[in-house]
Design a protein around this ligand. Structure first.
Ligand code: AMO
Length: 431
């Protein structure tokens, strides 16, 4: 039996089998047209009166899945939607593999001013991702996560697979989802933090991509309750060494997107630039905001408006803010000596939003115990983690970039849900 071929591989004057989705139908008295779409493109198919497909055309509906046998002819196809412009496929036979009925959302928008609301689109996400603008987002996200892996694999880092079920909080705080694990209470991981550290103190350089769960009750345009993180952890490195890794890997990722996703960037009407980097201490960052008319106190975290302000001041820049007060950072972040009580923690902002945080970690068990206690956590709950630093643990540092956050800011999406295939938020658990 002849095999199905991808639309992009069609060549002129040959018989082929193609299969895909019906994107458009046009019925003239002496000829009928189908625009057929697969993952590689859209081709115009013609049906003449003598074809056995002539009668079947009446049963076709938009987005039905069909298989076509036909012969390619030279043609100059003008439709904007068609990706194969130099040929058309004359249909000899056609099979309907699955008929689509009552489409809840439109795939091709003739009238671009009609917007389907995001919530309805997410209710039918499997359909929504057939739209070329949405497909473009996930093709670019594919490049982002693969080039993150490629970058660190090529630098001889080791990819690790951290657990999703954990016994204690990793980021502290209350944002934990509790679950039952046989007769015990467990939590869903908020971060691979403690596990990547325990891996790095023995494997030296590790990276991971993993889902994380945060029981944040508020619904915002920049938070999900289930997100994916791209993490690294590096032994014998301080926070500045890992910030350099962040800088280089983000530039690597953006270069890859520019190279591999020209078509998608065009669809999304984006003109991506390679970002510059700027390093500021937390103290200087607060001063700069205040000088630029944004009032905030030393000791507060930056809110979304402050982050937007930084973006106005430093355009197309990854802004690294380091030397944070220890009180604003989690228990595992290194406290620096001195009366200012600064830390080895940092945040990275890009496009007016925090894309990453990280820092130098504590590798001294007594210090770790102290910092855990200071945050009203019980060191006993962390003994399995603290003990790891009693068996020969080098100093180490690392960071995490949120995949959806990064996709959102890179593609200038106005809601993080646009960058998540099947988002989990306060209200959404299906599809
Ligand atoms: P943090 O909690 O800052 O740090 O998370 C790191 C990055 O993950 C993304 N992120 C989120 N994205 C969507 N929805 C959320 N609710 C959400 N929470 C976080 C952001 C954020 O910058 N263990 C540390 C990292 C480290 O020190 O290595 C951590 O998880 O892009």
């Amino acid at each position: 039996m002849q095999k199905r071929i991808f639309i992009k591989d069609l060549i002129v004057n040959k018989e082929f089998i193609v299969a895909g989705w019906v994107q458009e139908l046009r019925d003239l008295s002496n000829i009928k047209f189908i625009l057929l779409r697969d993952m590689t493109g859209v081709v115009q198919c013609t049906i003449k009166k003598d074809s056995s497909a002539w009668e079947k055309f009446a049963d076709l509906t938009l987005e039905s899945v069909i298989k076509i046998n036909g012969k390619t002819k030279e043609a100059n196809v003008k439709s904007e939607e068609v990706s194969v412009k130099n040929l058309e496929l004359e249909v000899s036979d056609l099979d309907i593999l699955n008929k689509a009925e009552n489409l809840p959302i439109q795939i091709i928008k003739k009238d671009k001013s009609i917007q389907t609301d995001l919530s309805k689109r997410l209710d039918h996400r499997y359909l929504d991702i057939r739209r070329k603008e949405i497909k473009a987002i996930f093709k670019i996200q594919n490049t982002i996560i693969n080039s993150f892996r490629e970058f660190f694999y090529s630098q001889n880092f080791i990819e690790i697979q951290p657990p999703g079920i954990i016994a204690t909080s990793t980021e502290g705080g209350t944002n934990l989802f509790k679950a039952k694990y046989f007769d015990k209470n467990v939590y869903l991981a908020q971060s691979p933090q403690l596990y990547k550290q325990m891996a790095a103190i023995s494997l030296e350089r590790v990276y991971s991509t993993s889902p994380v769960w945060r029981a944040e009750k508020h619904n915002t345009i920049r938070h999900l309750n289930e997100a994916r993180q791209m993490d690294i952890e590096v032994a014998f490195a301080d926070e500045f060494e890992v910030m350099k890794y962040l800088e280089d890997s983000v530039v690597f990722i953006i270069k890859k997107v520019l190279d591999k996703n020209k078509e998608e960037l065009k669809i999304l009407n984006l003109n991506l630039k390679i970002p510059q980097s700027k390093y500021l201490s937390y103290k200087d960052a607060v001063e700069i905001l205040n000088k630029n008319g944004y009032k905030m106190k030393y000791g507060d975290d930056f809110d979304p408006l402050a982050e937007k302000k930084f973006d106005e001041i430093y355009k197309d820049t990854i802004l690294f803010i380091h030397d944070w007060p220890q009180s604003l950072k989690p228990f595992y972040i290194w406290p620096k000596e001195g009366k200012e009580k600064l830390s080895g923690g940092f945040d990275a902002l890009y496009g007016g939003i925090e894309i990453s945080s990280g820092g130098k970690r504590i590798h001294i068990p007594e210090l770790l115990t102290e910092e855990i206690k200071k945050r009203d956590l019980n060191p006993k709950d962390f003994s399995w983690y603290i003990d790891a630093f009693r068996t020969g643990a080098p100093p180490h540092s690392g960071w995490s970039i949120g995949l959806e956050r990064f996709t959102m800011t890179l593609l200038k999406l106005d809601n993080i849900r646009e960058a998540c295939l099947f988002p989990r938020d306060r209200d959404r658990l299906t599809p």
